[in-house]
Design a protein around this ligand. Structure first.
Ligand code: ARG
Length: 290
């Protein structure tokens, strides 16, 4: 009897550990940090007195781009523009689902002009573009989980994107939007606190959300991977996943371990310079979902 139970337990363990994660080819948009600088402070990570090594930023960013290409993904590029030092954070320029693009409208004046560059890119691609009336920072505050409840948009508010933009995104994209309230200024965008790790599951840091939003996340994603404070502070949640390979900041070592245990393949990258602007992997990458 004891032997039989042990056998069953071992089998169950093997099945869980050997879960085969399937990757799906992605199309991304990035923008080189050739003009990156910290000239103003619009989030708690930015300090205008800390020097930035732009060459190193470019090197680290290049490695990130090569990593994505090496995993078989397509990467489109935006041309960095003078006077827009945060343009490297390409995630903030729009949010695309089912081939439709909901444009961004930045909260801070310093980044406002970035929206036009993104708009021009999507227009050149011949995609349906919906111009926003409400303040929202694109994929910084919107995430998409295609197989969760038939396709769910998760949306953050509290610091940058405003609640009316959530309703506007739902009308623009025709997918249900779930509003989540961010409560910690260090996690001022949704994408520094939560990420989709495959088509139906997410990873997040509960402490970044209000108690009510934590309940909503538990209800929607009972099997979510949870990150701790330290991994969140290391920008571990600011990741991109193709369903199997999870590209994440190399400092988030514990989270990498948890993802590995859950059957994913963590791919660590160093992005120390871009952390000085308050961003990491995901901030540099917008996903084009056709
Ligand atoms: N300095 C930029 C800002 O504060 C960083 C943006 C990070 N992007 C992101 N998707 N979280 O707006």
């Amino acid at each position: 009897m004891v032997v039989a139970v042990t056998k069953v337990l071992r089998y169950l363990l093997l099945v869980t550990v050997n879960q085969q994660r399937v990757s799906r080819k992605r199309t991304y948009l990035m923008c080189s940090p050739e003009r990156f600088a910290v000239e103003y402070a619009i989030n708690p990570w930015m300090d205008v007195t800390t020097p930035v090594d732009r060459d190193l930023a470019v090197k680290q960013w290049d490695r990130l781009r090569e990593t994505l290409v090496g995993l078989g993904h397509d990467v489109h590029l935006l041309t960095p523009e003078p006077g827009l030092p945060d343009m490297v954070y390409a995630a903030n320029g729009a949010f695309m689902v089912d081939g439709s693009v909901y444009g961004a409208r930045f909260k801070h004046e310093q980044r406002a002009a970035e929206a036009a560059a993104h708009h021009a890119f999507y227009e050149a691609q011949g995609l349906r573009f919906i111009a926003p009336s409400e303040t929202n920072e694109g994929e910084g505050d919107f995430a998409y989980v295609p197989e969760a409840h038939g396709g769910l948009i998760l949306a953050g508010h509290g610091f940058r994107t405003e609640v009316p933009a959530h309703a506007e995104a739902q009308e623009a994209l025709g997918r249900p939007v779930v509003s989540l309230r961010l409560i910690d200024p260090r996690f001022y965008h949704l994408d520094v606190a939560l990420a989709a790790i495959d088509d139906s599951n997410v990873v997040y840091f509960p402490g970044a959300f209000s108690a009510a939003s934590q309940r909503v996340l538990t209800q929607l994603f009972p099997d979510a991977v949870l990150a701790d404070d330290e991994d969140a502070m290391a920008f571990g949640l600011n990741l991109v996943s193709d369903g199997a390979n999870v590209v994440l900041n190399s400092e988030a070592t514990r989270l990498a371990g948890k993802l590995k245990a859950a059957g994913y393949h963590p791919v660590p990258v160093e992005l120390g310079e871009l952390k000085k602007g308050g961003g990491s992997v995901k901030c540099c990458i917008a996903e084009l979902r056709h």
